[in-house]
Design a protein around this ligand. Structure first.
Ligand SMILES: *[C@@H]1O[C@H](CO)[C@@H](O)[C@H](O)[C@H]1NC(C)=O
Ligand SMILES: *[C@@H]1O[C@H](CO)[C@@H](O)[C@H](O)[C@H]1NC(C)=O
Ligand SMILES: *[C@@H]1O[C@H](CO)[C@@H](O)[C@H](O)[C@H]1NC(C)=O
Ligand SMILES: *[C@@H]1O[C@H](CO)[C@@H](O)[C@H](O)[C@H]1NC(C)=O
Ligand SMILES: *[C@@H]1O[C@H](CO)[C@@H](O)[C@H](O)[C@H]1NC(C)=O
Ligand SMILES: *[C@@H]1O[C@H](CO)[C@@H](O)[C@H](O)[C@H]1NC(C)=O
Ligand SMILES: *[C@@H]1O[C@H](CO)[C@@H](O)[C@H](O)[C@H]1NC(C)=O
Length: 435
C-alpha cells in the first residue's frame, strides 16, 4: 500500500531526524503529585482556586459582548497552575503529535463561527493559499512550542520560549482586536461581504459534505443556528465566546474522541493535556468563567465538552455562509501543503471528520474520493490507527515524519534559521496581516 511504502522509504531519514531532534523528543522528568486543579462555581478569593465555567454553558452562550485578551498583571501563568500536570500534558501531546495535529485540524475546520471566520478574513492571510499556509503554519508552530518548552516558572519570562511565544501571540491578538473594533466602528463590516464572490469551492464543501449531513439522523435541534450565530446587539470582535470556542477547537477533540484519533491514553494523561489547555487559555486572555478546560474533574469536563460540541460545533456545520465555506476550503488545502509527506488531502480530512467526529455515515463524500484517498482512508482506519494505539515506535516514526515535513515547509515559509531551533521559532514564526 502506498502509505506503508512511503513510510518505509522514509525510515532511514526518520531515524536520522529522531536522533538529531532532541528538541522534539526530549524526555521530561515528571515530579510532584498530579493533583488536578480545582475550581469553584462562585468566584473565589483564594488564588489557587479558579472559577469554573458554568456547566450549562450559560456564561459561554452570552459571552459575545465581553472582550477577551484581559490584562494579566501577575504574568501569563495562572496562580492555579499545576506545573507537573501541565508538563505531563505536554509529554502526552508530543507522544501523540500526529493524532493531536489531526484533532487540531478537525477543530479548526469545524469552528466556522462568524466571529471567528470574519476575524480570520479581516486579519488577512486567508485570502490566498500561500498566505493561509503561512498563517496556519505559524499557528501550529507556536502551539507546538507550547507542547515543547516546559519552562513555566518565574523568573524566566525572557528565556522561556513558551512564555515569550504566548506573550507574542497575545500581543498580536490584542492588536487584531483593536484594529477590528476600529474597522467595525468606521465601516460596519469587518470585511467586504463579497470577499469570496469569485471563489470556486474545490473540496466536498461545494455540496457533498452538506448532503451527507442533511441525510443523517442528526436531530433538528442540532441543525438550528447555534448561539454564536444569533443576531444580538453589542457583539465585540475577539470576544470571550469566540476565544473559548477556539480553545475548545484545540483542547476538546482529544478529550472527547481519543480512540477515533488513534490515542490510547489513560484518563490521567487526558486530564493532564486538558489542564495544559486550561493554562494556555488563561495566558491567552480567557477568563476563568469562560475557560473551557476548567471543569472540576474529567467526567464533568467530558460532559461540558460534549455540550459545547452539540450546541456549537454540530449546528455550525448546518449554518455556514458561503464566505465561511470558502475559508474552510482554503484552510483545508493549506493544511495539506504543510504536511505534504503525509497524504492528508482536504477531502480525506473532511470525510474522516464526518465519520469519526460527527459520527455519521458519509456515503456521498466517500463517492467523491479518489481511489488513492479511499486507500489512505482504509489504511488509516484499519492499519495506521490501530498501530497508533498499540505501537509507540510506529507513533514515533509517524510523528517524526510529520515533523520532518513541517521543518521543510516551515523553513521554506519562514527561513531556515527562523525555523530550525525552538528559540527562533518562538520569536520569529508569526503571521498577521490586516489594514
Ligand atoms: C524582558 O525583556 C523586556 C524587553 O526586552 C525588558 O523590558 C524586561 O525588562 C526584561 N525582563 C527581565 C526580567 O529581564
Ligand atoms: C469559477 O468557475 C466559473 C464557472 O466554471 C468560472 O467561469 C470562473 O472563472 C471560476 N472562477 C475562478 C476565480 O476561478
Ligand atoms: C435536506 O433533506 C431534506 C429532506 O430530508 C430535503 O427536503 C432537502 O431538500 C435537503 N436539503 C439539501 C440542501 O439537500
Ligand atoms: C441575522 O441577520 C442577517 C441579516 O439581517 C440574516 O441574513 C440572518 O439570517 C440572521 N441570522 C439569524 C440566525 O437569524
Ligand atoms: C488502492 O488499493 C488497491 C488494493 O487495495 C490497489 O489495487 C490500487 O492500485 C490502489 N489504488 C491507488 C490509486 O492507490
Ligand atoms: C492500548 O495500549 C495497551 C498497551 O499499552 C494495549 O494493551 C491495549 O490493547 C491498547 N488499547 C487499544 C484499544 O488498542
Ligand atoms: C526571520 O524572521 C524575521 C522576523 O519575523 C524576519 O524579519 C526575517 O525576514 C526572517 N528571515 C527569513 C530568512 O525569512
Amino acid at each position: 500500500m502506498r502509505v506503508k511504502s512511503s513510510i518505509s522509504n522514509f525510515f532511514l531519514l526518520v531515524v536520522f531526524i529522531t536522533t538529531c531532534n532532541a528538541d522534539l523528543l526530549d524526555l521530561i522528568g515528571i515530579g510532584g503529585t498530579d493533583q488536578p486543579p480545582y475550581c469553584t462555581v462562585t468566584p473565589s478569593t483564594t488564588p489557587s482556586q479558579a472559577t469554573c465555567a458554568s456547566g450549562t454553558l450559560d456564561d459561554l452562550k452570552n459571552a459575545r459582548g465581553t472582550h477577551s485578551n484581559d490584562v494579566r498583571p501577575d504574568g501569563l501563568v495562572p496562580s492555579w497552575i499545576n506545573i507537573p500536570l501541565a508538563k505531563k500534558g505536554q509529554q502526552f501531546a508530543k507522544d501523540y503529535l500526529l493524532s493531536i495535529l489531526l484533532s487540531h485540524v478537525y477543530g479548526l475546520l469545524s469552528s466556522g463561527y462568524p466571529d471567528a471566520a470574519y476575524l480570520l478574513m479581516f486579519s488577512g492571510g486567508s485570502a490566498t493559499p500561500e498566505d493561509a499556509q503561512k498563517r496556519y503554519m505559524a499557528t501550529i508552530t507556536q502551539v507546538f512550542v507550547w507542547y515543547q518548552d516546559t519552562l513555566f516558572g518565574p523568573p524566566t519570562a525572557n528565556v522561556s520560549d513558551i512564555l515569550v511565544s504566548l506573550a507574542k501571540v497575545r500581543s498580536l491578538h490584542i492588536a487584531v482586536a483593536a484594529a477590528a473594533a476600529n474597522r467595525m466602528a468606521t465601516n460596519g463590516n469587518l470585511v467586504d461581504p463579497n470577499i469570496y464572490e469569485n471563489y470556486n469551492l474545490t473540496t466536498v464543501l461545494s455540496g457533498p459534505y452538506y448532503q451527507d449531513l442533511n441525510a443523517s439522523d442528526i436531530p433538528q435541534t442540532m441543525r438550528d443556528p447555534p448561539p454564536s450565530n444569533l443576531n444580538v446587539s453589542g457583539v465585540v470582535p475577539f470576544n470571550q465566546q469566540v476565544a473559548a470556542l477556539t480553545q475548545f477547537a484545540f483542547a476538546g477533540y482529544p478529550v472527547l474522541f481519543s480512540e477515533q484519533l488513534g490515542i490510547n491514553a489513560t484518563d490521567d494523561e487526558i486530564w493532564a493535556f486538558n489542564h495544559l489547555w486550561a493554562v494556555l487559555g488563561y495566558a491567552l486572555g480567557i477568563d476563568d468563567k469562560y475557560n473551557c478546560a476548567l471543569q472540576p474533574n474529567l467526567q464533568q469536563q467530558r460532559q461540558y465538552y460534549r455540550e459545547i460540541f452539540e450546541t456549537f460545533n454540530v449546528p455550525i456545520q448546518f449554518n455556514m455562509d458561503f464566505n465561511t465555506k470558502a475559508l474552510g476550503d482554503i484552510t483545508a488545502a493549506a493544511f495539506q501543503a504543510l504536511v505534504s509527506p503525509l497524504p492528508l488531502t482536504p477531502n480525506f480530512i473532511l470525510y474522516r471528520f464526518l465519520v469519526d467526529i460527527v459520527q455519521i455515515p458519509a456515503p456521498i463524500v466517500w463517492g467523491t474520493l479518489t481511489n488513492e484517498e479511499k486507500n489512505v482512508s482504509n489504511a488509516f482506519e484499519f492499519s495506521m490507527r490501530p498501530m497508533f494505539m498499540t505501537n509507540p515506535v510506529y507513533r514515533l516514526t509517524e510523528n517524526s515524519l510529520l515533523w520532518t515535513g513541517m521543518v521543510t515547509a516551515g523553513s521554506n515559509l519562514f527561513g531556515v534559521q527562523n525555523y530550525t531551533t525552538r528559540y527562533y521559532r518562538a520569536r520569529t514564526v508569526f503571521f498577521a496581516k490586516y489594514d
